[in-house]
Ligand binder design. Structure first.
Ligand code: SF4
Ligand code: SF4
Length: 91
């Protein structure tokens, strides 16, 4: 029987998190920009296929992964993925 008191905990390195901004979904409303506590979201100059300016992150290292942008965005633009899952992410 496994002794949970003395069995060594399996050590696993924490996964790096990649923030994916799906610009094709963004309509440039700016809500996420207002809610980001780190002030690292801005509207870029490029337009998406629907002619909306799209949000960009100015400093990915400063992102605390607080998820506020993701919670307030009405268009589900932000995804927070483990580094190993990011390559197989489907839009
Ligand atoms: S997760 Fe938080 S800190 Fe990072 S961009 Fe979104 S609101 Fe800003
Ligand atoms: S809240 Fe969503 S749709 Fe609005 S600017 Fe931010 S990412 Fe784009």
């Amino acid at each position: 029987m496994l002794d949970f008191q003395t069995a060594p905990a399996e050590k696993k390195a924490p996964s790096a998190v990649r923030v994916v901004i799906r610009a094709e979904r963004c309509k440039g409303c700016g809500i996420c920009i207002k809610f980001c506590p780190e002030k690292i979201l801005v509207l870029g100059d490029e337009l998406n296929a629907y002619a909306y300016p799209t949000v960009k992150m100015t400093d990915e290292q400063a992102c605390t992964h607080c998820l506020r942008c993701s919670l307030v965005c009405p268009d589900v633009v932000f995804a927070f993925l483990r580094e190993e899952d990011a390559p197989c992410w489907k839009h």
